[in-house]
Design a protein around this ligand. Structure first.
Ligand code: C2E
Ligand code: MG
Ligand code: MG
Ligand code: MG
Length: 287
């Protein structure tokens, strides 16, 4: 498409890119007041042990119901929040809420929180985390931080220092979306991870793409050889669950076991601790 410029000449432009930019601008503006507006909330998705068939904890996932834009997915607004820097404030809010929530659950049920590179690389992140744990009273061992490996590539030296500080507090660190980045093996080798979360694209490819089987098997085996538990993300079908169990995958998370639920439902699940079969209670609680 073409567009007339102010000087009267014409040029080509990309209407989609324009539309995209406008949307991102709206998101950036509305996000600024999202906390004050009370428009953010957390939902909690069960993480289970495949062997013991018990609830280990929940991953806290952010939701935003904007008065101007409606419900916006974190996949869309987190990148904008990172670009504008507002993620630091939002991420702080998420950590406080998640830790507070977890203190309401019976120990040792824990909470996993996604932390953005922008937030983690702030000079005082570990100190801030210490404060939040103190203020909420959550035992550090019940908190897990989920990070993606892309964050470790830009500044590996500083990343390693922060991760060491976090771990010294007793907080665990999980590598999220494993297999989708650029240097999975070297990051596993150089950083002290407590868990590997296999990206759900691999599970999704199971039974559709021949290599998916080998890739998942290899990651599970790698984790076991390094003594790092492996969690499979995005488990949706009995077929996938059976495959993982057969390969001795340690942990799982996905719609089969439970969709992300609100805080009162998470609380009820944590209280009963009732763990049924794959098709059982959690799966039917879908929000
Ligand atoms: P993630 O950390 O990899 O979270 C898992 C995503 O997969 C969640 O999407 C979850 O709802 C979805 N999921 C879980 N099980 C299944 C399944 O069986 N099938 C399918 N199709 N999807 C499943 P969600 O909540 O939309 O979050 C998307 C991403 O946004 C997250 O990916 C994470 O990277 C980011 N995010 C979410 N909350 C936060 C947050 O509080 N802080 C930061 N920095 N990022 C967050
Ligand atoms: Mg995550
Ligand atoms: Mg993930
Ligand atoms: Mg993801």
């Amino acid at each position: 498409r073409s567009k007339k410029l102010q000087d009267g000449s014409w040029c080509w432009y990309d209407a989609d890119a324009d539309e995209d930019g406008r949307r991102r601008g709206q998101i950036a503006i509305s996000l600024r007041s999202a906390i004050a507006d009370g428009a953010l909330r957390l939902v909690f998705q069960p993480q289970i042990s495949m062997k013991q068939r018990e609830l280990l904890g929940f991953e806290a996932l952010l939701r935003w119901n904007s008065s101007a834009l409606g419900e916006v997915s974190p996949a869309e607004f987190i990148p904008v929040a990172e670009q504008t820097g507002i993620i630091v404030e939002i991420g702080d809010w998420v950590l406080i809420q998640a830790c507070q929530e977890a203190t309401q659950w019976p120990a040792p049920i824990g909470v996993a929180v996604n932390v953005s590179p922008v937030q983690l690389m702030r000079p005082n992140f570990a100190e801030r985390l210490t404060e939040i744990l103190d203020e909420t009273g959550l035992e550090p061992t019940r908190l897990e931080i989920e990070i993606t490996e892309t964050m470790l590539i830009d500044n590996p030296g500083q990343a390693l220092l922060v991760l060491r500080k976090i771990k010294a507090l007793g907080v665990r660190v999980a590598m999220d979306d494993f297999g989708t980045g650029y240097s999975s093996l070297s990051t596993l080798f150089s950083f002290p991870f407590d868990k590997i979360k296999v990206d759900r694209s691999f599970l999704n490819a199971l039974g559709r793409q021949a290599q998916a089987t080998s890739v998942i098997e290899t990651v599970i085996e790698l984790g076991h050889k390094l003594s790092i538990p492996v969690l499979a993300e995005g488990v949706e079908t009995d077929f996938q669950a059976a495959f993982l169990k057969d390969r001795r995958c340690d942990e799982a998370q996905g719609f089969l076991y439970g969709r992300p639920v609100d805080s009162s439902t998470a609380h009820a699940l944590a209280q009963t601790g009732a763990w049924q079969d794959d098709e059982g209670a959690l799966g039917k609680l879908s929000a």
